[in-house]
Design a protein around this ligand. Structure first.
Ligand code: MLT
Length: 302
């Protein structure tokens, strides 16, 4: 019998893929494999029998990778399985930054008991006017599963899309998506774009990649979308860039005590992949990968 510990609830569609040779247990110390979503494992003891950790999601910064490597524990993730959910969240963030629906909806709530609410609406109409995204320029940094979907969707919404990824050539990116009009260098993207969206993993090389030097090169009034990880952005520099008006809005799926309290921040509670479909896809892919490793010795997405 193979012991599985789930650190977060995982979609039943994934759990159903375990055969009778697997049992779900409570005690992580006795587990042969751990299934995890976003819970941090950094302070956890890794049990002696632990062979594998399957992360139902893309980012693996909640897993102590070095410790796992030392102990020979294989770590899997599920790249692409939630890409459509995150893409749709990015589009919602993009549109919320251009059109003040949040302000407008909150305002209607505040006047909803007024018998003249219908008349007041005309006032709100002026107060919450926005801009359109069509013909605006967006820079997509990172052209993995999510970045490419975001780029294609923005193109279909009439935006001019600039893509950047240091790991793929212009030709490869062109083959991935003919909707990305230019593969350019970062400085060009910063100088040109009205919107910048980041879709890179959090690594020592990407930590604080959006820093004071980067903001300096950006267009006045740029909107930054971060549905990747909070530490990609240097918060001291962000705070200065918002105060000076360089950054008009910061949309983040990873708010913390600091960014949640900044002006002009749209803070979302890590909802990027929180859809039924993404949760099902990630859980099923994680369990399939785990079983393939345990039963056949195959290692995918580790
Ligand atoms: C991911 O890394 O896949 C995303 O942050 C979504 C999530 O874990 O909920």
């Amino acid at each position: 019998m193979y012991n599985i510990k789930c650190l977060n609830p995982i979609s039943p569609l994934g759990m159903e893929l375990f055969s009778d040779n697997y049992q779900v247990i409570d005690d992580a110390a006795c587990a042969n494999a751990i299934l995890v979503r976003s819970a941090s494992m950094h302070d956890m003891e890794l049990g002696e029998n632990l062979d594998a950790i399957a992360r139902a999601g893309a980012g693996v910064n909640n897993i102590p990778l070095e410790k796992c490597a030392e102990k020979g524990i294989v770590v899997f993730n599920t790249p692409g399985a939630n890409a459509n959910g995150v893409k749709e969240a990015v589009l919602a963030g993009l549109l919320m930054s251009a059109r003040d629906f949040i302000g407008g909806v909150n305002w209607v709530q505040s006047v909803r008991e007024d018998p003249d609410v219908a008349k007041l609406v005309e006032k709100g109409k002026k107060k919450f006017a926005g801009t359109e995204i069509k013909d605006k320029k967006i820079g997509v940094i990172g052209l993995g599963a999510i970045g490419v979907l975001v780029a294609n969707a923005c193109n279909r919404l009439g935006m001019e899309v600039y893509g950047y990824d240091p790991f793929i050539s212009v030709q490869a990116a062109w083959n991935l998506s003919r909707d990305i009009r230019h593969i350019n260098n970062l400085d060009d993207i910063y100088a040109k774009c009205d919107y910048i969206t980041v879709h890179v993993p959090l690594l020592p090389s990407t930590e604080k990649m959006l820093n004071a030097q980067a903001f300096e090169k950006m267009k006045e009034g740029v909107v930054i979308l971060n549905f990747a990880r909070d530490l990609l952005v240097d918060e001291d520099a962000l705070s200065g860039a918002i105060a000076s008006g360089k950054v008009r809005k910061y949309v983040t799926d990873f708010p913390n005590a600091r960014t949640a309290n900044m002006e002009n921040v749209i803070a979302i509670p890590h909802l990027g992949a929180s859809t039924e479909e993404s949760e099902d896809n990630c859980a099923m892919m994680a369990v399939r990968e785990l079983r393939d490793f345990i039963e056949n010795g195959n290692i995918t997405h580790s």
